[in-house]
Design a binder for this molecule. Sequence first.
Ligand SMILES: [Zn+2]
Ligand SMILES: [Zn+2]
Length: 436
Amino acid sequence: MELNLKQDEVIDRYFTEAVAWRRQLHRCPQPAWLEYYATGLVAEKLTEWGYTVSLGKDVVDSEKLILSPTTEKHNEEFQRALQFGVKEKFITPAKGGLTGVVGVLKGSQPGPTIGFRFDIDSNEVCEASDPGHRPAREGFASQNPGYAHMCGHDVHTAMGLLLARYFAENREAVKGTIKFIFQPNEENLSGAAAMVSAGVVDDLDYLFSGHVGINVKRTGQIALNVNNFYALSRFEVTYRGRASHAALRPDEGMNALLGACAAVTNLYAIARHGTGASRINVGTMTAGTDWNVIPDRASFKLETRGVTDEINNYMVTKVHEVLKGAAVMYGLELEIKPGAVSCGGSNSPELVAISSKVAQVLPSVKEVVAEASLNASEDVTAMMERVQSRGGKAMYVLFGTPVAGGHHNAAFDVDENVIANGAKFLASVYKEIMNG
Ligand SMILES: [Zn+2]
Ligand SMILES: [Zn+2]
């Protein structure tokens, strides 16, 4: 196979700009459903480059805004995006949390529809400020206290923009339709489902996405055979009992805290499924009112995961049994509110094969890692599942970069060359699919 590597030159030409976009995004991180700045920046650039841009309710189903922040918080972050310089017309459709952008470029010749998905949300983490941390040292650390891009989604967004810039420059080579999907709220595993529900991936024949720095820690490494996407289910659980005097009449109380504790210890004791990995975690618990009061209320947040949908479903069934059992034991009312759900996923083997061919001859790829386990959940599986169930093909790639601090750590950082490497790889795979 021979690749015409002119694309590498075009991508290299815009690389400096792409690094600047990444740093702009890094300075104004916004988490789940509040990504007004990224939405405005991306929408403006795609529009300028000739993409047909869709925003707001056309790209996100408002019924699926799980755990959307308060109106005050939305207004605050909306204003912040304006202060950081985005144009109001590009973020007005997103008001209320309908963040995210879809940009479409139609080629002059017929062909399939290929989607590229990039996530845009930040983490709720305070970024390191010591000079050992490069964003702090070089003046592009977060200026939005409490939030920071500590998972690299600013890098993903810049990679997507660089790729979009490349296709805009080479429009005559575009066959069929290219669709860029900039997705909100990956971290709470809710953004992809909201976009799927709005029909964003229904026309895709191919879908590509990926992540930087997970399991591939050297620049130039790439992992194509990615597996172990964990299916996930989250719940908010509340037990309600009856308060009473802890000394005078403990017998008249119904102890919600005790019920919750019994539930939690037994949740961790669920027998593990024999056919593959599963996980369970109770991450927070709040209960009770005072020293001498039998607690009448206890609530906690819980999640299950399984390496397949079947294993996760097994965990969810067992969770319900345990929760109900503890309620009966202590005479409590039980409320279970479902949170985010993420399905399992797998790369389409045809795309892994095409990508492997491309990776072998691409100068920016130094090493193809034979197989990589994600061992985490990624809500892009909702998009992959929809595309694959409609007969399309989907693939998730891991792009290599050294990672300072580790993902979600205050000192997280990457080698920015991964922005260009990712764009080059995706541009080459596109070419191979079209001309293969
Ligand atoms: Zn993350
Ligand atoms: Zn991430």
